[in-house]
Design a protein around this ligand. Sequence first.
Ligand SMILES: *Cc1c(COP(=O)(O)O)cnc(C)c1O
Length: 756
Amino acid sequence: MDLKERLEQTTRERFGLAPDRCDDRQLYEALLIVTRRAAEERPAPAGERKLYYFSAEFLMGKLLDNNLLALGLRDQAQELLASWGRDLNAVEEQEPEPSLGNGGLGRLAACFLDSIAALGLPGDGVGLCYHYGLFRQKFVDNRQAEFPDPWIGEESWLIPTETVFPVSCGGFDLKAKLWDVAIPGAHSGVANRLHLFDVEEPAPPPEQGIVFDKTDIVHHLTSFLYPDDGDEAGRLLRVYQQYFMVSAGAQLILQELKERGYSPAELADHTVIQINDTHPSMVIPELIRLLTAQGLTMDEAIEQVSRTCAYTNHTILAEALEKWPMAFIEKVAPQLVPIIRELDRRAREVCPDPALAILDEKGLVHMAHMDIHYGFSVNGVAALHTEILKKSELKGFYGLYPDRFNNKTNGVTLRRWLEACNPALTRLIDECIGGGWRQDPGRLVGLMDFMDNDRVLSHLLTVKQSARERFCRTLREAQGIELDPNSIFDVQIKRLHEYKRQQMNALYVIQKYLEIREGRLPEHSVTVLFGAKAAPAYVMARHIIHLILCLQRLIENDPVVRPWLRVVMLENYNVTWAEQLIPAADISEQISLASKEASGTGNMKLMANGAVTLGTLDGANVEIAELVGPGNIYTFGAHSDRVLRLYDDRGGARYRSLDYYHTPRVERLVDFLLSPELLELGDARALAELWRDMKGKDWFMALLDVEEYISVKDLAVRQYGDRKSWARKMLVNIAKSGYFSSDRTIRQYNQDIWHL
Ligand SMILES: *Cc1c(COP(=O)(O)O)cnc(C)c1O
């Protein structure tokens, strides 16, 4: 394809200008159009079996750079723009980030689509076309405020299709209109699709924040991801979204099955559905319904669907395992009720234990239970997580169906999370070991041969230094904040949740603040960077953001502390921020309460960019620790088995935060929330609520680990001073990150589950 010719033609047709006369906005649009077409023109991968990856979220990030890279056009585009005196990076800044996901789970789905296409496997995504995303975060008076986050302009990555499916919702009918995003695979020459369903007449953005009429299903079904479920209308809207997504998706699957020349009775031989967490679980009864409508008996339909569906569990947090009242399903999709009742009846025949039933005595439908009884595979997302599922959370199911359980440790696409976001590091790696790691990321271990190469080690430090400097420029432009690029960049970027324990990191900041005020200066200046959105209805998470923003302000105003300690919370943390910050990170904060983080993927991205993990033995941190060895990671904290016992009522082991609060050091830190200097900046009620919760409840046990956390972090800061030894730690982390390529993860899914 002649990129130059196509670009010239596009800018002439659209703007009546030659490319070198266009502004960045126009050049972006032209590149978008040309790239979209190039991806669209690629053939789909061939195969007798096809995967459909169902997910409520696909946190895609910007696509221009990624797609140029996958299409092999990136260097050409860069040179071409340079010949017109332009900069590809500046043009890419024009792209809005599609806002179709929330955190790790949605980003995983996006990395998976990238790897599936790169490996040339036939696999499409199925999801919803949210117009305003989760929300756009702004900080107002040291608090989070939420606004719509639109991303669909006149031109976008969406490719219109002719496909429309009817979806019958109790009292009324909806039409699901299909839009596609092409997913070109790197080095594979093929492209898959992300299928996004939308309502026919989507509503304009709400006028006031993210408040809208949640009963106006027809127009608002696809407005926001995870609408506020604080009331019944919000919860019902989520069920409408889920049913709309799976009904349309199931119809698409059966239509394509027919087009491929197979009968409905052959579904399982030619189709596999991966259910990403429980949001798409209703695809099981919906497919059964559609198959019986096409003439299969109930037995046959159940058999086909059970051999088609596989379920990925992402969490052991009880509140996240969805249970919907049957009354909601009665309202949203009454046609599913008799099927779900029948599935429950049959499950009880196999296993009479009511704890494993689909429908409980309160009339709640346990979505995960339906997935496990009527799917052929259940996987956790890191070795420890899968073990906990088998040993405790899903123990009864494991006893019933031991062969269904398997582990698939998460991964990330190194094309986006190393090659695209960190070109300088990529060049250094290429110089050391050549480019073969792109096809076979395991080859990154070749970097271990350079452990004693002073030139490489010092080059590595320079690359990191430049990345910090670059990030400082970006932050200055975005938020007007000036940082010291020689400071240690200590990074905690992830959804705000008490189990991830940003509050524990805030207690570290308080400790350092107090020490510096007392004249005890640290060995090295530290910049603590946070990026996190809180679910709008999650009060304690909002309070933690408030605390961090107050600490940020407190230190900014303090000329004594400021040179040694800074705190920054990035506004509207998203994939684009992650791509900018991760190359600059020195310390990767992965401090969840052991047993609570299923895997984490931020930990993998940071490691691949030479950050050293400071973490608990939780999720994939356990596997990172095994790979890099004890000298190249900082671990601390109670182990998962102890934590699980502390949640247990029996034997009086239960965690009591007050016992930990009443130690001199901890009490002082927690009480700082009510200090005059913080109260002057913050909201007294919010700070008091957070203080009371930390002291008297602390459900995620920050006080259990905080003292060890602070001393291990002090150790990391001290050892950072030995630059050569730190560079070795960085090198080992990069060298061992190949295991966490999502290409490896997808190969394993294919070998063990999909068989494409
Ligand atoms: C990778 C990523 C996440 C997941 O981070 P964890 O630390 O694994 O929770 C969340 N949000 C964004 C934008 C990401 O890129």
